[in-house]
Design a protein around this ligand. Sequence first.
Ligand code: FAD
Length: 433
Amino acid sequence: MTADASASSAQSAQPAHSHPHARPQRTRVVIVGAGPAGLTLANILRAASVDCVVLENESREFIEQRPRAGFLEEWAVRALERRGLADRLLENAVAHSECEFRFAGERHRFPYTDVSGHRHYVYPQPLLVTDLVREYADVRGGDIRFGVRDVEPAGIDADQTDRMDQTYQMYQAGRPSVTYTDPETGERVRLDCEFIAGCDGARGVTRDLMPAEHVTVARHDFGVGWLALLAEAPPSSACVVFGIHPRGFAGHMARSPQVTRYYLECPPDDDPEDWSHERVWAELHARLAADGAQPLNEGNLIEKRVLAMHNYVVEPMAYGRLYLAGDSAHLLAPIGAKGMNLAIHDSLLLGDALVAYYGTGDDSGLRGYSAACLRRGWQYQEFSQWLSEVYHGASSGDPFKAGTSMARLRRILASPPAALVFADLFLGKDTDY
Ligand code: FAD
């Protein structure tokens, strides 16, 4: 693979043959999706003057308000800081140094910073997305197109691209492109490019481009659901609380001084409408009850949805000129609060690999991208599965699973080596083995 110096920033090129109504434009990298993965990548490319265009099918307002993650691992915060992407985060995030397990009516603090020297940062995903869009589009002048429809990536096949010759016909046949409908004109627009970054999350379109015979999709279904709730209520504890209870897992996570995220384990096909305000709070009180615990602050429920807890990993994460990053390549149910962290990790690697390729022609980062991402990805998957057994053992109805769940909890609370291993995995420290 060699750097193609002929591409310039997104600009009109020759008429398209494969899409008669398209207005073809060119850029080097089309990034599909403006979540944490796509926006981190876009900022890295923009900072290095590598032309890219971000395509997002939602509006800017929508993505800046979509509630989801809240916990960032310290290595991710430091990596964003080194790239000038964490100013507002560091001003406004709250650093956490411990969490609390509640089971059998007792509270057990786990001081992970004392154990590992590292912290968690609470910074809601919509704020991070807002910062990254602002930096990319408003400060660095990057090209991002919101509200695009029917995004259609094509031409990723490596062999075709590498056999590209100088005639226009062949050039078009072998070149990656992404076509979409412009929301204002209703016209199909085609962007010719050299790479496509599939950052379009779990329900995107880029992953489907990978030839079935080339990829393995490994899946794991946890067999439980979590009712994900956002309450307009101040946090009831200074730290994250995990309630392990025979009625089901319950979680408490501060999001801001006014808003708290709660989780309640439920059947995966439960209807959120069956969870009235009264039922939610009664269940949270019951499952998070413990001697000496502060009573829960109740408030309006502003989000209420059931997440069927399942994970997947697409392996490899690249084919030809398509590179997947974030949830498009691997899903992690929010058991370990890992998905956004892993999305950022992928994008840091992909961004650096593309910058190296365009800077010096060094393609080793691109060739090693998938394996490097998957090393950390599989560690996070394994931790997520391990933690799921801890959280869901007591409510499984299986006395063996309940017993082993308690054994694991007692071990991490009493044994310093077990505590260190847990803290390192929980905080995502040094997990690239
Ligand atoms: P996304 O954030 O899903 O972004 C993908 C983007 O692509 C979206 O903006 C989408 O609109 C766009 N898109 C999709 N299809 C198309 C298309 N065809 N064309 C154009 N654009 C498209 N992770 C943590 O690390 N810590 C946590 O505490 C945590 N808590 C969570 C709590 C909940 C309730 C949930 C649901 C998730 C949580 N996660 C957490 C996971 C985290 O939110 C995701 O892993 C993260 O959003 C992944 O980022 P991404 O950029 O890969 O994908």
